[in-house]
Write a protein that binds this ligand. Structure first.
Ligand code: B3K
Ligand code: ZN
Length: 901
């Protein structure tokens, strides 16, 4: 498969002023008639005019109304080439026949449960009609859809609906014409046709325009759209308030479909969503799902400016829209809910997914410079690290200058296809202005900052402490390095804002007094208003740097070092800190992130020790005492208290074990988690019961109220169930039949590892209650597949034969296969049966849906980490997968993994 390179980017040899599409939808085929007004780009190199096409049957082709002679074009695999490119503006018209009804890839136009729908990003439009299908070609689209009136009463596309009516001479068929006044790339085109129920609302924009809001769902699902609609309105208001960005069309449509490869898609004015991210209320979705729905609805809506109005020049710029839009949706959630907990959730996600990706065979920079299948690059690096890098800019520049940079970016690039470089340039210009005006902002080199875009791998800060007790001086020696990643053996230092504080013996924040300006190699520091006086921001931009604090109390204990406050950059920080110092921070650090992180370091340590067969009793006693205080510290906020007690995820623990021991034993880590949970549940019985009693009073509150109480309940249930509390076990099981999905799922999670009659009965009750609702039943499939005992492979095979299992729905596949891959004892079975089963499933899935299959194939990316026996078995499974016919998507991932062999 060909490698696409950033260095090979050339502008297209023509522009497409107008695009007219006619879709004739039929049950057994669709005809697409496309007319493009093409204008030669003039100065561009004389390149052949190529129109990409996949699985299209060409019916006819005309240029300016004349049928094109056979020698004037060539049909090659995957493309149509005009042999004598026109020298003047012209109209190219093609008619093709496609088969959406048998399209299982869920790319291009396909049918999901009787509904015609599209997914064009990144390269799906070429499955609809011949087209250059590149994001830098913006065109005005007019679309006419013709379909059967009975099966497709609703016909939607982008923009405004101009006209609808019946088709004379074609009884039972009707049409709609849609016009989108905003030029857009092909990947933002969308069409939906089917029997849908509509829920309407309105939004009045800041300039007083009324926008019609419509959510379209399968008949019967309308009662579950209120949360989505409210989220949409909150998103629209927030983008006006925070970014001054207003919606620009008269209507906004949102459609929920069951068969969808990812979460949602930001097509201009016609956002299409995986139904699991629309249909929800407190009875049918958990608090976390409700928050996620709100944030994804926000994310897709925010793309209207960061993605649609300003789009990407090429797919190497994907993080331009994705990183930025994740940054925006994270601020949205933080503003609406708890900023502390949102930050913690985001960092936990980053550490459990992105750090792992950055350390493995598929590592890539946020602006990759080559790819084979772009679909493989919708990664946590592009999205989450991309967002963190924007946050780094925000931290360095402060809110005011950052927003000035945003405004510059929008005003310069609105209506165009831009690059990451354009974005950073706007920020640099805003920074230059601020620096010139004498703003108290740290200085840094933007050229160096840009390395964040080109270097893969997670930078590491190694910090050594030197305490001079006689002088009351603390020196922190910081060394920065980034590990080698595939294709990038050497790394240069990047610009890292490090925010830190010092905490005294009594828990008081200590004044951060620096020596006079110039001590050599001492990093400059500033005091951004956002952080208050107890923290300082240092710019770490060299391989080695010292931070020096003076005027601390002499002849006393060294102060506790609290860092990285706010997780001020996507880096790993390693610093020798004693358990006592970390326990002290966990008890009283005034900065919420660093306080949580101190607990995480301790928990990681305790769990790693248990996994290697030892129990660090002193450390665990310290944790018991710390959690006891936290449990009783009522004014902390329940969600935050629950976050403080949450264990690091298994991927993060694997990562830490690998760094420490050079190998990982996942079942041992899993057992360690269960054992520590049991100990905490046992030793903290009293305080846990007290807190649980007060949580119960809040259970019935509706999201976002009561979230913290339900979070804490979930933690307490899982600890107390592990400790063998029969009463709590019964309470957790009973929640399955109660009114709150959050508690029902918390109950099931608490019972998950306990092979007991209550567990089986609770799962059965959940199944029976929700079997008619596929979105909810997926959670049951996931839990069943993750059952940590019995014959896992056999169980998963049975699940896939379950009458409600829908093999065409990526959600169900992800629930079952993803649940199994996260089932450490089964997936990592020493005989390799779990790995073989997974390889077999991925290979079969790849035939139908390469996008979902290649994502799944990444479960093998850590094959080298798991000790010789497992590594050998996993490598065998990878080779088994590699020996089957694979799509280019899966081939790229499998080859990347095998490169290490
Ligand atoms: N832009 C889409 C993702 C498209 C994935 C294509 N394989 C959703 C989002 O990030 O908003
Ligand atoms: Zn996005």
């Amino acid at each position: 498969m060909a490698t696409v390179r950033l260095a090979d980017y050339r502008p297209a040899p023509f522009t497409i002023e107008h695009t007219q599409l006619l879709f004739q939808l039929h049950a057994d085929h669709t005809v697409v008639d496309a007319a493009f007004q093409l204008v030669p780009a003039g100065a561009a190199e004389a390149a052949p005019w190529e129109f990409l096409g996949e699985q299209l049957e060409l019916l006819s082709i005309e240029l300016d109304g004349e049928l094109l002679a056979a020698e004037a074009y060539r049909l090659e695999p995957g493309k149509l080439v005009l042999l004598a490119p026109p020298e003047a503006a012209c109209c190219l018209r093609t008619r093709v026949k496609i088969q959406p009804q048998t399209n299982t890839s869920l790319e291009g136009l396909y049918v999901s449960g009787g509904l015609f729908t599209t997914q064009c990003e990144a390269e799906g439009f070429r499955r609809i009609t011949f087209h250059p299908d590149r994001p830098d070609l913006l065109s005005r689209f007019r679309v006419r859809i013709e379909a059967d009136q009975a099966s497709c009463p609703v016909l939607l596309s982008n923009g405004n609906c101009l006209e609808t009516g019946v088709i004379p001479g074609e009884p039972g068929r009707h049409y709609a014409v849609w016009d989108d006044p905003f030029p857009k790339p092909s990947y933002l085109f969308a069409l939906v046709a089917g029997a849908l129920e509509e829920v309407r609302d309105q939004f009045v924009t800041c300039s007083g325009r009324t926008v019609q809001l419509r959510i379209h769902v399968e008949p019967g699902d309308a009662p579950f759209t209120a949360h989505a609609m409210a989220s949409l309105k909150r998103s629209m208001a927030w983008d006006e308030r925070r970014y001054g960005l207003e919606y620009d069309l008269e209507e906004f449509n949102l459609v929920a479909v069951r068969h969808f490869n990812m979460g949602a898609m930001e097509n201009k004015s016609l956002n299409i969503f995986n139904s699991k991210l629309v249909l929800a209320d407190a009875e049918t979705a958990t608090d976390a799902e409700l928050e996620r729905i709100e944030s994804v609805i926000g994310h897709e809506y925010f793309h209207n400016w960061t993605g649609n109005r300003i789009t990407c020049r090429d797919w190497f710029q994907l993080s331009l829209k994705e990183g930025l839009t994740v940054f925006r949706d994270a601020s949205f959630t933080a503003d609406l809910h708890s900023p502390e907990v949102k930050r913690i959730d985001d960092v936990a996600l980053l550490r459990n997914t992105q750090f792992r990706e950055d350390a493995g065979p598929t590592a890539h920079p946020i602006q990759p410079d080559h790819y084979q299948a772009i679909d493989n690059f919708y990664t946590t690096t592009i999205y989450e690290k991309g967002s963190e890098v924007i946050r780094v800019l925000h931290t360095l520049l402060g809110e005011e200058t950052f927003m000035r940079g945003m405004a510059l970016y929008v005003s310069r690039h609105d209506g165009t296809a831009a690059t990451c470089q354009d974005f950073v340039q706007a920020m640099e210009d805003a920074a230059e202005q601020a620096w010139a005006a004498g703003a108290a902002l740290p200085r840094f080199d933007f050229q160096q900052f840009r390395r964040w875009y080109s270097q893969a791998g997670t930078p590491q800060l190694q910090i050594e402490r030197h305490w001079d007790g006689d002088a009351g001086t603390l020196r922190l020696s910081v060394r920065q390095s980034t590990p080698a990643t595939p294709g990038q053996p050497q790394k240069e230092p990047v610009v890292i804002p490090l925010v830190l504080g010092l905490v005294g013996q009594g828990g008081d924040p200590l004044p951060l007094q620096l020596p006079g300006e110039h001590a050599k190699d001492v990093a400059a520091a500033t005091l951004p208003a956002e952080w208050g006086s107890a923290s300082r921001l240092f710019v770490i931009d060299r391989a080695e740097q010292d931070l020096l604090f003076v005027g601390l109390e002499a002849h006393s204990h060294p102060p506790a070092v609290s860092l990285p406050r706010g997780f001020s950059a996507p880096v790993r920080v390693a610093m020798e800190r004693s358990s006592n110092e970390l326990l002290h921070l966990l008890a009283c650090d005034s900065e919420s992130f660093a306080r949580w992180d101190a607990g995480q370091v301790l928990l990681r340590q305790a769990l790693l020790e248990r996994a290697s067969g030892a129990i660090n009793d002193e450390l665990e006693e310290g944790l018991v005492a710390a959690f006891e205080r936290i449990l009783l510290e009522g004014d902390l906020g329940d969600s935050y208290r629950s976050a403080l007690m949450a264990f690091p995820g298994l991927p993060e623990l694997e990562d830490a074990a690998l760094a420490q021991n050079g190998t990982v034993d996942p079942p041992a880590l899993f057992e360690a988690v269960l054992a520590l949970r049991t100990r905490l549940g046992d030793e903290l019985q009293g305080p846990l019961e007290t807190v649980l009693a007060s949580c119960r009073n809040q259970w019935q509150q509706h999201w976002p109220e009561g979230v913290g109480d339900r979070d804490l309940t979930a933690t307490i249930w899982s600890w107390r169930v592990a400790a063998g509390d029969a009463g709590v076990r019964a309470e957790a099981a009973a929640a399955v039949s109660g009114p709150s999905m959050t508690l029902a799922r918390a109950g099931l999670r608490a019972l998950q590892s306990i092979d007991s009659p209550e567990r089986n009965a609770a799962l059965q009750a959940f199944h029976d209650r929700w079997q008619e609702k596929p979105v909810i039943l997926d959670a049951w499939f996931g839990l069943e597949a993750a059952t940590p005992f019995g014959d896992g492979v056999e169980r998963v095979r049975q699940l896939m034969d379950h009458p409600r299992f829908d093999p065409a729905a990526p959600n169900s596949l992800r629930a079952v296969l993803g649940g199994f891959a996260g089932n450490v004892s089964q997936f990592h079975a020493l005989d390799g049966s779990g790995y073989r089963f997974m390889a077999e499933q991925i290979s079969a899935l790849d035939q139908r849906n390469p996008i979902t299959a290649s994502r799944m194939a990444k479960v093998f990316s850590r094959w080298q980490s798991y000790g010789s026996l497992r590594s050998e078995r996993m490598l065998e499974a990878l080779k088994q997968l590699s020996a089957t016919p694979l799509s280019p998507n899966s081939r790229e991932v499998v080859d990347q993994c095998l490169q290490l062999a």
